[in-house]
Design a protein around this ligand. Structure first.
Ligand code: NAG
Ligand code: NAG
Ligand code: NAG
Ligand code: NAG
Ligand code: NAG
Ligand code: NAG
Ligand code: NAG
Ligand code: NAG
Ligand code: NAG
Length: 363
C-alpha cells in the first residue's frame, strides 16, 4: 500500500533511532524539504491539503521516497519551486486543475524516473522547455489548457516511450515538427486550440504506426492532408476542423479501417467526397461541413451501419440523396443544408431511422 506524507514523517522518526539508515534518512529529508518548498510557493490552499493531511503524496514501499505527487483539483494557487527537482524517485506528477503559474523550473529535468506528467488546466507560461526531452521514461505529457507560447519543440517527437502528448489549448505557434523516427508507443497527439501554422509535415505519418487519435482542430494549418496518413492503420479519431486546409480528401482515407470519428469541417477542402469513405464501416461521426466539396453524395455512405452523425452542410454537393442513407438505423443527426441537393426524402424514412433526432436538409 502507498503511504501518505504523515506516514513518511513517522518513518523519519523511526529512522532517527537507527543510525545505519542515515543515508536513507538524508534522502527522505530531501523529499520532505522539497514538499515544504512546494507548500511555501503556494499562496492559496483552500482545503489546507499542504498543511493538514498531504493527501496525494505517495511513497515507495521499500525506499520510502516520494514516488507520486497528485494534487489534482485542490484550487492551489502558486508557482513550482526548483526543489521539486529533488524528488528523484518521482514517477507521477499530477498538478491538474489548479492555478499554478510561472514557468516550469529546469530542475524538473533531474526527475529521470518521471513517467506521467499532467500539469493541465493551470496558468503556466513560457516555452515548452527542451529539457523535457531528457525524460526518457515519459509515457504521458499533458500540458493542455495553459499559456505556453513557444513553438512545439522537435524533441517532442523524439521520446520513444511517449504514448500521449496533450498540448491542447495553449498559445503555441509555428509549424508541427517532423517525426524523425518510428514512435511505436505514440497513440494520441492533441494539438487542438493553438495557433499552429504551415503544412502538416508530409512525413508526419510515416513513423506513427500505432496512432489512434490525432487532434489538430482550431489552428491555422494550411496545405493538404498528406496521403501518408493512410499508414496510420490504427487511427480511430481524426480531427482537423477549423483550419485552412485545402485540396481533396485523399481516397486513401478508405484504408483507415478503424476510423470512428472524422472531423474535417470549416476548411477549404474541395473535390468529391471519395466513395472509399464507404469502407470505413466503424465510422460513427462524419463532419465535413463548410468546405467546398462538389459532386454527389457517394451512395457507399449507406454502408456505414454505425454512422450516428452525418454533417455535409454548407458545401456545393449536388444531385439526389442516396436512399440507403436513410436505412442507417444508428443515425441520430443528418445535416445537408446549403448544398444543391435535389429529390425527395423517402416516405419510408421513419421506419428505418428510428433514432433520428435531428434532420437538417433545407437552406
Ligand atoms: C534541493 O533543491 C534546491 C533547489 O533546486 C537546492 O537549493 C537544494 O540544495 C537541494 N537539496 C536538498 C537536500 O534540499
Ligand atoms: C479547470 O479546473 C477548474 C478547477 O480549478 C474546473 O472548474 C474547470 O472545469 C477545469 N477546466 C477544464 C477545461 O478542465
Ligand atoms: C511568450 O510570452 C512571453 C511573455 O510572457 C514573451 O516574452 C515571449 O516573447 C513570448 N514568446 C512568443 C514566442 O510569443
Ligand atoms: C533525438 O534523439 C537522438 C538520439 O537519441 C539525438 O541524437 C537527437 O539529438 C535528438 N533530437 C532532438 C531534436 O532532441
Ligand atoms: C492566434 O492567431 C490569431 C489569428 O492570427 C490571432 O488573432 C490571435 O491573437 C492569436 N492568438 C494568440 C493567443 O496569440
Ligand atoms: C489501401 O487499400 C487498398 C485497397 O482498398 C490497397 O490496394 C492499398 O494497397 C492500400 N494502401 C495502403 C497504403 O495500405
Ligand atoms: C469555395 O470556392 C470558391 C471558388 O473557388 C471560393 O471563392 C470560396 O472561397 C471557396 N470557399 C471555401 C469555404 O473554401
Ligand atoms: C474500398 O472501397 C472501394 C470503392 O467503394 C472498393 O472498390 C474496395 O473494394 C474497398 N476496399 C476494401 C478493402 O474494402
Ligand atoms: C433498406 O432496407 C430495407 C430492409 O432491409 C430494404 O428492403 C431496402 O432495399 C433498403 N433500401 C436501400 C436503399 O438500401
Amino acid at each position: 500500500m502507498a503511504n501518505t506524507f504523515l506516514n513518511l514523517t513517522l518513518l523519519i522518526f523511526l529512522h532517527l533511532s537507527m543510525p545505519t539508515f542515515s543515508m536513507k534518512l538524508t534522502t527522505i529529508l530531501t523529499d520532505q524539504s522539497a514538499l515544504f518548498a512546494l507548500k511555501d510557493h503556494v499562496i492559496h490552499d483552500p482545503d489546507n491539503v499542504l498543511t493538514i493531511n498531504w493527501i496525494g503524496v505517495r511513497c515507495g514501499f521499500k525506499h520510502r521516497r516520494v514516488t507520486s505527487l497528485d494534487l489534482t483539483g485542490f484550487g492551489l494557487v502558486g508557482t513550482l519551486p526548483p526543489h521539486l527537482g529533488n524528488l528523484s524517485f518521482l514517477s507521477l506528477l499530477y498538478l491538474t486543475d489548479n492555478s499554478f503559474y510561472g514557468r516550469l523550473p529546469v530542475q524538473l529535468s533531474k526527475l529521470r524516473r518521471l513517467k506521467l506528467i499532467n500539469l493541465g488546466n493551470n496558468s503556466l507560461s513560457g516555452e515548452i522547455p527542451s529539457w523535457l526531452g531528457s525524460l526518457t521514461e515519459l509515457r504521458s505529457l499533458s500540458l493542455y489548457h495553459n499559456n505556453f507560447n513557444s513553438s512545439i519543440p522537435p524533441f517532442i517527437f523524439n521520446m520513444s516511450s511517449l504514448q500521449i502528448i496533450n498540448l491542447k489549448n495553449n498559445i503555441l505557434s509555428g509549424s508541427i515538427p517532423s517525426v524523425p523516427r518510428d514512435l511505436l508507443s505514440l497513440q494520441h497527439i492533441h494539438f487542438s486550440y493553438n495557433n499552429l501554422t504551415a503544412h502538416i509535415p508530409r512525413d508526419m505519418f510515416d513513423h506513427l504506426p500505432n496512432l489512434k487519435g490525432l487532434y489538430l482542430s482550431f489552428n491555422l494549418l494550411s496545405g493538404r492532408i498528406p496521403t501518408s496518413l493512410c499508414r496510420c492503420k490504427e487511427l480511430q479519431i481524426l480531427s482537423l476542423s477549423y483550419n485552412h486546409l485545402e485540396g481533396s480528401l485523399p481516397v486513401e482515407i478508405g484504408n483507415l479501417s478503424m476510423l470512428q470519428f472524422l472531423y474535417i469541417g470549416q476548411n477549404h477542402f474541395e473535390g468529391e467526397i471519395p466513395k472509399e469513405i464507404g469502407n470505413l464501416t466503424l465510422l460513427e461521426q462524419f463532419d465535413c461541413d463548410s468546405n467546398n466539396f462538389t459532386g454527389t453524395i457517394p451512395r457507399e455512405i449507406g454502408n456505414l451501419k454505425n454512422l450516428q452523425v452525418l454533417n455535409l452542410g454548407v458545401n456545393n454537393i449536388a444531385g439526389p440523396i442516396p436512399p440507403a442513407i436513410f436505412n442507417i438505423s444508428a443515425l441520430l443527426s443528418i445535416a445537408l443544408y446549403s448544398n444543391q441537393l435535389s429529390g425527395h426524402l423517402p416516405s419510408s424514412m421513419g421506419l428505418w431511422v428510428p433514432n433520428l433526432e435531428e434532420l437538417y436538409t433545407l437552406g
